[in-house]
Design a protein around this ligand. Structure first.
Ligand code: UD1
Length: 361
């Protein structure tokens, strides 16, 4: 069974690492890795291949940056050629980036089966490009692998047949637990700093919003040092708006970190302030308080069962919630079904069992 595994942007790499590792023992699975090149800087892509022991991509589409339509169209055009040449039995996509939707759409139109890992997550906010990618990728998919029950409910409401949906858990957590254990990283007892990540256009492209967030971070840094690895888009916006003045003294700006360097920050983090999706899940599993600088989340389970609090972009609210954590008022996580490090194994088992009907005669 020939499976094309697709990666494109930073948050895809950790998910695919777990899946490719789980595929290795199966002799009947022939996996190919395609990198669309949506992320191309060494520290947004190459470092992750090294850290996560991902094989070198078999095919690289080198699409680079562009508007949403340009980037999506470029991936579709180049990926369709790969599909003609390779004739896979299945295309497997992860997450919600533009490459995810582009490849699912190209495959679906050629009647090639699609598996979507991390299906069913919904923020119900269509102004978020990822939300459009999620809804449409799920509509194109034949196998929908979900991380939690609410994802299954969302898919049912959108009319997706139950037999296509498999609750397997979270592959991003597979990778996190694998490396935390391997590198003996544990314990949040020596809390020393807060970690910040920010990259959503809704937070960093609008000057007023970004200024409110920057002021809040500046205030929090008076009480605790902040470590802030900066996404290229965010770095550009700090310069453009002249916000360097907020990022001084107790705030350490770093270039984007590789996977292992980033997770090494966790054990001593008192809290994380972020607009990332994956980090909301990682902090929940590690029981580290997380303040999500967004108005909504597609991962509500990290609020109901985890350490996550939505703080929006209001300066006062961000500072207030951070202050509570510094005072020791914090949430604790509950156990999450299947967030146990074995989600990728479950996915590959399902695909292997279905291989007879997947393979063309
Ligand atoms: C993408 C994903 C987002 C994910 C994020 C993680 C979509 C719609 N968004 O957002 O869901 O959370 O990745 O980082 O797919 N750039 C570089 N070097 C790179 C990549 C990007 O400098 O290697 C700059 C470019 O100027 C580009 C901008 O960052 O225009 C944005 O990159 P893009 O891939 O369009 O989206 P992200 O904001 O990274």
């Amino acid at each position: 069974m020939k499976i094309i595994n697709v990666v494109g942007a930073r948050p895809n790499f950790m998910k695919m690492a777990a899946i490719m590792r789980a595929m290795r023992p199966y002799r009947k699975i022939n996996p190919l890795l395609v990198h669309t090149g949506q992320h191309y800087d060494a520290n947004m892509s190459d470092t992750f291949f090294k850290d996560l022991e991902l094989p070198k991509p078999d095919i690289h589409l080198e699409v680079g940056s562009g508007t949403h339509a340009v980037q999506t169209a470029r991936v579709m055009e180049r990926f369709e050629k790969v599909l003609f040449d390779e004739k896979p039995d299945l295309v497997l996509v992860v997450g919600d980036v533009n490459s995810t939707l582009a490849c699912a759409l190209a495959a679906g139109k050629l009647h090639i089966k699609v598996a979507h890992v991390e299906a069913g997550l919904r923020s119900f906010d269509r102004r978020m490009p990822e939300e459009i990618n999620r809804v449409l990728t799920d509509q194109m998919s034949d196998f929908l692998f979900t991380t939690c029950e609410d994802a299954n409910r969302n898919l049912a409401k959108e009319g997706i047949a139950r037999e296509k949906v498999f609750l397997v858990g979270d592959v991003m957590i597979d990778t996190l637990l694998y490396y935390m254990k391997r590198d003996s990283l544990s314990g949040a007892d020596e809390a020393e700093y807060a970690v910040v990540t920010l990259h959503r256009p809704s937070n960093v492209d609008d000057k007023d919003t970004f200024e409110r967030i920057s002021r809040a971070l500046n205030k929090i840094a008076r009480s605790i040092p902040i470590i802030f690895p900066v996404h290229p888009r965010t770095r550009r916006q700090i310069r453009r708006f002249g916000f360097e003045k907020y990022y001084n003294g107790n705030i350490k700006l770093l270039d984007p970190l590789g996977y292992l360097d980033f997770i090494k920050l966790y054990p001593k983090a008192k809290m994380v302030l972020t607009d990332s999706g994956g980090i909301q899940e990682e902090t929940t599993v590690l029981d580290i308080p997380c303040l999500t600088i967004r108005e909504n989340t597609e991962r509500p389970i990290t609020i109901t069962h985890g350490t996550n609090i939505l703080v929006g972009t209001d300066e006062r609210k961000i500072v207030e919630e951070a202050t509570k954590i510094l005072r020791g008022e914090r949430k604790r996580r509950k156990t999450l079904k299947y967030w146990d490090g074995r989600a990728a194994e479950r996915i590959v088992k399902v695909l292997a069992e279905e291989s007879r009907c997947l393979m063309r005669s």
